[in-house]
Design a protein around this ligand. Structure first.
Ligand SMILES: *Cc1c(COP(=O)(O)O)cnc(C)c1O
Length: 326
């Protein structure tokens, strides 16, 4: 039996095409607007949280614990969903030096606004994030809370079911005559940061005949790392939904990361600016901007593409310096 989920997102999200975006990318690009999946909690993480928060409530949790970078979209979505459900949120956020905390802008501003408890940790501590979250859970439990730990990015088998469902949603849109009707796409393209979107999309794209290949554009780490992570999440997902094909895999690209996680190259920044000015579509320099840039450079280029716009607007707003000269 499939796990239960809550209704948190506003679905289905639109499928959007803009002829100038086609020209900029050199393909027919259908944008799946998951950046419009909610209000403040918008983006890809809310689809995962529909399953994860349902599990937390079934276990009568009082506090959600999760982790991420200081501008984590996932941590922000978790904090907002916690507030909506009357739960507390504890966020372990990676920052260079916890003694001088980062400015409260973008995602971090929203974390504080909804009352999340933010605990900054160093990059070295972040490598032990699962142990640190387990320790935080033990500490809260000792105080009488009922903690529920959500892994980085909400990326486990349960969370990734949200993207299997997203592909079912696209199938229903195609069958209703949208985006050219029932024949699917040549490829799906999306940003990859913790692997859950990639696992669910690869499984769902195969299950619902959305496209023969899915391209996961890594924004950190490398291909070997993500092949391992995504394979593990796929196994977990198939354990929950045995009708899925456990051989499904994304094609992972690790040459579009730019200078570092969270930092876009000057060429990528210029591309994001160009797209914004010509289409009014906003892509962020951490995830979606790098993925769209990758699509514009992919060789060989798929002709008809489903591009997952996974959100990230607060992260864009936190990078005013990056765009100051534009
Ligand atoms: C988290 C995130 C991604 C990557 O999704 P994962 O499931 O973590 O790989 C892509 N885009 C945005 C805007 C995100 O916040």
């Amino acid at each position: 039996m499939m796990p239960n989920k809550l209704t948190l997102a506003t679905l289905p999200t639109p499928l959007f095409r803009h002829e100038k975006l086609d020209a900029l990318c050199g393909a027919e690009v259908w944008v799946k607007r998951d950046d419009l999946s909610a209000g403040g909690a918008a983006g890809n993480k809310i689809r995962k949280l529909e399953y994860l928060a349902a599990d937390a409530l079934e276990r009568r949790a009082t506090t959600l614990i999760t982790c991420g970078g200081q501008q984590s979209n996932h941590a922000r979505a978790t904090a907002i969903v916690a507030a909506e459900l009357g739960l507390k949120a504890v966020l372990l956020l990676r920052t260079a030096d916890p003694a001088s905390p980062p400015p409260r802008v973008g995602n971090l501003m929203l974390d504080y606004l909804v009352g999340a408890e933010v605990r900054f940790i160093t990059p070295a501590q972040y490598r032990e994030r699962d142990a640190l979250m387990a320790a935080a859970a033990a500490e809260l439990a000792a105080r009488g809370e009922r903690p529920y730990v959500i892994p980085e990015g909400g990326s486990n088998g349960l969370g990734s079911l949200g993207y299997v469902d997203a592909m079912a949603e696209v199938r229903a849109q195609l069958d209703a005559g949208l985006a050219g009707g029932p024949r699917g796409f040549d490829a799906v393209v999306h940003a990859c940061g913790s692997g859950g979107t990639s696992a669910g999309t690869a499984l769902g794209a195969r299950r619902y005949a959305i496209a023969p290949v899915t391209h996961a554009i890594a924004v950190c780490d490398d291909r070997a790392y993500f092949e391992g992570v995504v394979a593990r999440i796929i196994d977990e997902t198939v354990a929950l939904a045995p009708e899925l094909d456990r051989e499904a895999r994304p094609i992972i690209h690790d040459s579009f990361k730019g200078p570092a996680y969270g930092l876009a190259s000057p060429e990528q920044v210029a591309f994001i600016v160009e797209v914004a000015r010509r289409t009014g579509l906003l892509f962020d320099p951490v995830y979606t901007g790098k993925a769209l840039f990758a699509l514009s450079r992919l060789e060989p280029k798929p002709q008809r593409v489903l591009f997952l716009h996974t959100g990230g607007l607060p992260g864009l707003l936190a990078q005013s310096e990056t765009f100051a000269a534009s």
